[in-house]
Write a protein that binds this ligand. Structure first.
Ligand SMILES: *Cc1c(COP(=O)(O)O)cnc(C)c1O
Length: 419
């Protein structure tokens, strides 16, 4: 769970630091992370796997700040990357390439070359054609590329359609029926080494059943492949374990890990996990200030200084984030929409929410903002990206600076003679 509680003066704190202090010193909007919670969540995932041959590869797209990646590296975690930029960050943060798995349907030639040269643990192959290209590039670089095939097991993870990835209609992975053919192709490729099998069925799963269904399908496939003389070392089960945003009751990592370890018993494969959200999701809040109250007769809008450019999940996935006032308020509640300053009707952080009556200048915390928050931030409406601060005990440090207006135009050029 999270580390944001009211102190005896009614101030919402991250660890021992009142959020109001961070807002005063750093300004808003700002992402605030609890370092103790980050450590605790890493341990909660790793402890049940102690003694199990495994490697946890943090899914960086959930959060890729250098400070957080460095923490992952120090705890022995690897990374699941989906771009050359993520591979660059992972290695800069001290994650050895040998602990990096590379997923994603659109790896470019230069990204493939970069990963082969770096010596990553494996490519998770997402299409027939990609397999051919990786073989070709490995040949050109006089190397062997380690691969696993990302199998699409066609199970319904019962999550939001935008974050379900393991069904037939999704663009990810290779059909389970076609997988054997691709393994046979891979076996005959000169510059490919088959090292594993992979699946990732979706995100924010709140039930263990789809994970186990996927494992059961992979087990059949692994047996078939072994029958054909195709063996390998790794079984990569992806990420996807959900967290509590409102009333969801996802399994604890302990239960999830125990169920998986039980399901794969006897396979004698090293397990790879790619958790993202479950590690970082509940470690942070987005802190924002109320700019205006706007009452239209039909609705009350609380206009805040954070928008969909800072946190896009509500706009993109209709995601629900709890809103907590930064000073405890016990008065009456009202129904309101919390909206940002962006010129889009999809720019909201909460809709029709029962909230304490908030006025201009008050601060609120948008909870559970540690995953797919800052990493999805953009400069839309020419808004500088917010900073990230990491809180430990009674102090904090800025780990990502707020962008300046100059940052917004750096890298732009105006051709000479432009009329
Ligand atoms: C996004 C993603 C993950 C992480 O998903 P979470 O739901 O954040 O755990 C893992 N593996 C792959 C291939 C992904 O695309």
């Amino acid at each position: 769970m999270h580390d944001f509680t009211y102190d005896d003066q009614g101030r919402l704190c991250c660890a021992e630091v009142p959020l109001e202090r961070i807002a005063r010193e750093i300004g808003t909007p700002v992402y605030c992370y609890s370092l103790p919670t980050l450590r605790r969540h890493i341990q909660a995932f790793e402890e049940p796997l102690a003694g199990i041959d495994h490697q946890t590869c943090f899914a960086m797209k959930a959060n890729s700040s250098m400070a957080i990646l460095t923490l992952m590296a120090r705890h022995g975690l690897g990374a699941d990357v989906v771009s050359g930029g993520e591979l660059f960050r992972a290695m800069k943060a001290g994650i050895p390439a040998s602990r990096v798995v590379y997923s994603g349907v659109g790896k470019t030639t230069s990204e493939i070359d970069m990963a082969i040269r770096a010596g990553i643990m494996m490519f998770n192959i997402e299409s027939e054609q990609e397999l051919g290209v990786i073989n070709e590039r490995a040949g050109a670089l006089r190397k062997k590329a380690p691969v696993s095939i990302r199998v699409n097991p066609d199970v319904d993870p019962q999550t939001h359609p935008y974050i379900s990835t393991g069904m037939k209609q999704n663009k990810f992975g290779i059909d389970i029926e076609n997988s054997v053919r691709q393994y046979l192709r891979a076996r005959d490729m000169e510059h490919i080494e088959i090292v594993g099998i992979d699946c990732h069925i979706g995100s924010q799963l709140t039930d263990i059943t789809p994970f186990i269904d996927a494992v059961d399908r992979l087990k059949v496939l692994i047996a078939d492949l072994r029958g054909l003389g195709i063996g390998f070392r790794y079984l990569d089960l992806g990420g996807g374990l959900g967290i509590t945003y409102s009333s969801e009751q996802p399994p604890h990592p302990r239960e999830y890990c125990a169920a998986i370890v039980d399901a794969v018993r006897g396979l004698d494969l090293k397990l790879i996990f790619e958790p993202g959200r479950v590690i970082v999701g509940n470690t942070a809040v987005l802190l924002t200030e109320v700019l205006y109250r706007k009452e239209t007769g039909k609705k009350t809008f609380i206009v805040v200084d954070a928008g969909m450019n800072d946190l896009i999940r509500p706009a993109l996935y209709q995601a629900w984030h709890e809103i907590m006032p930064v000073m405890r308020k016990d008065g009456p509640l009202e129904k309101a929409d919390v909206v940002g300053p962006i010129c889009e009707s999809s720019d909201f952080l909460a809709k029709d929410r029962e909230l304490p009556v908030l006025s201009r200048g008050e601060l609120i915390a948008v909870m559970s903002a540690g995953a797919y928050g800052f990493t999805m931030a953009s400069n839309y409406n020419s808004r500088p990206k917010p900073p990230e601060v990491l809180v430990d005990g009674s102090d904090y440090s800025v780990v990502v600076k707020r962008q300046s207006y100059e940052d917004l135009i750096s890298g732009e050029a105006v051709p000479e003679g432009l009329m």
